[in-house]
Design a protein around this ligand. Structure first.
Ligand SMILES: [Zn+2]
Length: 424
């Protein structure tokens, strides 16, 4: 066992933030080999029980759950910051040419290694990420995540139409490749597989139906895709699937909405779409830096509380502009504030933080596994320095509450705040 003494942030089962200014986090080996949280709470209360356990004392630091990125594209590492008119030109001019290079295992391995290091440098300890349509891209990322003992979920992209040569796959082969990758990787160490149709317009009915059949055959795997990001994309999806009630319902019609299904964006929704998300226990990955960058619109946080469905935060790199959870939480605050196209609300800092940790874990079906520092959780956590920059030190020294401390870090923080990332 090992213990860590510092300020401590965690969440109760209702999502309320719990703060110990002088806390103790005790970790030890869990049943599956990964280190877990044995105890977390106030130092004064816990220290008699764990008197003989070696302790790392980190004065002035905040221990917090590792962040969870609910939607990111590892092959788009080199697409980040590419100038484009909007989503569809951005895909054709930058994304697809880059992704076509991932048929080369050496290229995939190099990018996957950099990607995993970059996640950890930013304090992200769990990610649900797209690969490309090439099975080699999935093998490369799982291999690198396994080396680092990261909890990571990915899958081969399915796109058998409306996609250029180099990334387009073949219907029957794509489904056979998916099943082989599920059997090879799902549940190995901390790795999980996600069935990954790129989005409805780039899959045939047959491919979507096959994906839904695999989702039914393997209920513990994840499903990930995109929906309702952009008005042109919605019009295109509606034209291709004229019988569907809405763009979202195309996925339901093909057996692709259930627990552990995660759809990125979910911006242009009606309440019947929100109800479909709620009723199928499907989750949204909210990607505010990407939505601002591509001018797609603003996720309606008030709508997602009015007709409540699971949601959490995501970077969506390379449409997103940063791996940093602080930048994502800041952008989510701005997106929530926007009050011209939807109700504008001021999201509390504890809520933003929860949406990127314990709330994201709940949305992924990993509640009690990651995203929190309660006993039994896998011990993925970050050591944060609220004095990392002169302005941050000045501002956080004047914080009189947890909300003020967290909000100062959200508004002013970046990778410099993350002093260490500790993986189970
Ligand atoms: Zn995306």
């Amino acid at each position: 066992m090992h213990s860590w003494r510092a300020a401590l942030l965690r969440f109760d089962d209702q999502g309320q933030a719990l703060h110990e200014p002088d806390g103790l986090l005790v970790t030890g080996p869990g049943p599956s080999g990964a280190r877990i949280v044995v105890a977390a709470g106030s130092h004064a209360e816990l220290t008699p029980r764990f008197a003989g356990v070696p302790c790392t004392h980190l004065p002035g630091r905040l221990l917090a759950p590792g962040f969870i990125d609910m939607h990111v594209h590892y092959p788009q590492l080199d697409v980040i910051g590419s100038p484009a008119e909007g989503l569809l030109p951005w895909l054709n001019d930058y994304t697809f040419p880059h992704e076509s290079q991932f048929s080369d295992p050496a290229h995939a391995a190099e990018v996957a290694s950099f990607f995993c290091d970059e996640l950890m440098r930013h304090g992200v300890t769990t990610a649900l990420t797209f690969a490309t349509s090439h099975p080699a891209s999935v093998d490369a990322l799982f291999t690198e995540a396994q080396k680092r003992r990261l909890r990571l979920i990915t899958g081969k992209v399915l796109q058998d139409r409306h996609s250029p040569d180099g990334v387009r796959d073949q219907t029957a082969q794509s489904l056979a490749d998916t099943e082989a990758l599920i059997q090879k990787w799902h549940g190995v160490d901390r790795l999980g597989y996600a069935i990954t149709p790129r989005f409805a317009p780039s899959s045939t009915e047959e491919q979507l139906r096959g994906a839904g059949e695999l989702a039914a055959a393997y209920p513990s795997i994840w499903i990930q895709s995109h929906v309702a990001e952009n008005l042109d994309e919605i019009a295109w999806a509606r034209a291709l699937f004229p019988d569907a009630r809405s763009y979202l319902s195309i996925y339901a019609d093909h057996g692709l909405m259930r627990e552990r299904a995660v759809y990125a964006h979910c911006i242009h929704f009606h309440d019947d779409d929100r109800a479909l998300m709620r009723d199928t226990a499907t989750a949204a990955a909210v990607c505010p830096t990407s939505n601002l960058f591509l001018g797609s619109g603003f996720f309606d946080f008030a709508g997602a509380e009015r007709v409540p469905f699971a949601h959490g935060l995501a970077s969506d790199v390379g449409g997103g502009t940063s791996f940093s959870p602080f930048v994502t939480m800041r952008a989510a605050y701005f997106a929530g504030r926007e009050g011209q196209t939807k109700p504008g609300i001021s999201l509390p800092p504890e809520r933003l933080w929860w949406l990127h940790t314990a709330g994201a874990a709940r949305a992924l079906g990993l509640q009690g596994v990651v995203g929190n520092l309660q006993p039994g959780c896998e011990a993925d956590f970050v050591v944060l320095n609220p004095q990392a920059t002169p302005l941050l030190a000045r501002r956080t020294s004047q914080a009189n509450s947890l909300a003020e401390l967290l909000f100062a870090m959200i508004v002013l923080g970046d990778d410099r705040v993350v002093e260490r990332t500790i993986i189970a």
